[in-house]
Design a protein around this ligand. Structure first.
Ligand SMILES: [Zn+2]
Length: 299
């Protein structure tokens, strides 16, 4: 699996170097020439949006905040569905609010460029208490966490060009969402500068966890902080993850369909109680899975 990830990462680096380099030549154009629509605008930090190409195709490549945008063809609209060329992109939870260029390069066409405004959103602070040894790590635990970070960073760097999913994402479990996405966490009285990059579902241990959409399992493991964890690649840089599980029911390399049972909720890793941590990364941007589900509902 590691080898496969390396190949994908290397391919992506090559792809980036050849394709996105053309953005250097992008010239600002008038709104009428833009040929693209962004929805919603403005965008809150920690949220994703959709860009529609009026005249373009799936070979176009985009970029926002130094992250790639892949395009796909999809029938959009409930009354009279129309084929549209759509790309998804995310404003990372830690992005500085402001105006950012979104650029699109299509073969044989002038590059397209538009401004996307990212707004500040206040996510607040939460306070948790865990055993002190999970904060001040022993040398062994530090080494273990560092080894695991290499694996998870590689999984999160996966950029498979093909989109593996379609239709709307579903909730991974039924139950109350404690939408603590984006919150900074005070752990045993000390503020952790990293924001909480997922939504927590407060559900009992043993609750079945479903795949929210079709994808490929790219990493499973039992990690120091995340406990038993599953990472799913949905293609085109969209990756979802499930932490603190009691049981993992899928294997690396396995394709899962939307609704397939992939695991059971638990309390493994650094937790204060049983819950499901559900995270979604879009080409490395950490986004809130709850509004993201609504966004996929527009497709
Ligand atoms: Zn969490």
């Amino acid at each position: 699996m590691l080898k496969k990830l390396l190949v994908i990462t290397a391919l992506w680096a090559f792809f980036c170097g050849t394709g996105l380099g053309t953005f250097k030549n992008a010239a600002a154009q008038t709104p009428a020439q833009k040929g693209l629509k962004v929805l919603p605008q403005p965008l809150d930090r920690g949220n994703a949006a959709m860009v529609e190409l009026i005249q373009g195709n799936v070979d176009c490549q985009g970029s926002f905040d130094k992250r790639p945008i892949f395009f796909f063809q999809e029938k959009v609209g409930s009354k009279k569905p129309e084929d549209k060329i759509i790309g998804l992109f995310g404003a990372d939870v830690m992005i500085k609010p402001g105006a950012y260029p979104l650029t699109v390069s299509c073969p044989g066409q002038r590059d397209l460029i538009t401004q996307v405004t990212v707004r500040e959103k206040s996510y607040g602070v939460r306070t948790i208490k865990v055993p002190q040894r999970q904060v001040d790590l022993s040398k062994e635990d530090q080494e273990r966490a560092a080894r695991e970070k290499v694996l998870t960073d590689m999984a999160l760097a996966t950029r498979s060009p093909e989109r593996l999913w379609s239709g709307s994402f579903i909730d991974p479990v039924d139950g109350q969402v404690n939408s603590s996405f984006g919150r900074q966490t005070k752990i045993n009285g000390v503020l952790n500068p990293r924001p909480h990059a997922g939504a927590d579902y407060l559900v009992p241990e043993g609750t079945q966890v479903r795949a929210p959409a079709r994808g490929l399992v790219i990493l499973t493991g039992d990690h120091f902080f995340s406990g038993k964890a599953v990472y799913i690649d949905h293609g085109q840089g969209l990756i979802s993850m499930y932490f603190h599980l009691s049981e993992i029911l899928v294997n690396d390399g396995q394709t899962v369909e939307r609704g397939d049972i992939i695991a059971k909720v638990g309390r493994t890793g650094r937790v204060t109680g049983a819950h499901l941590h559900y995270g979604v990364y879009l080409n490395g941007a950490r986004i809130d899975p709850i509004p993201f589900k609504k966004l996929t509902g527009l497709l």
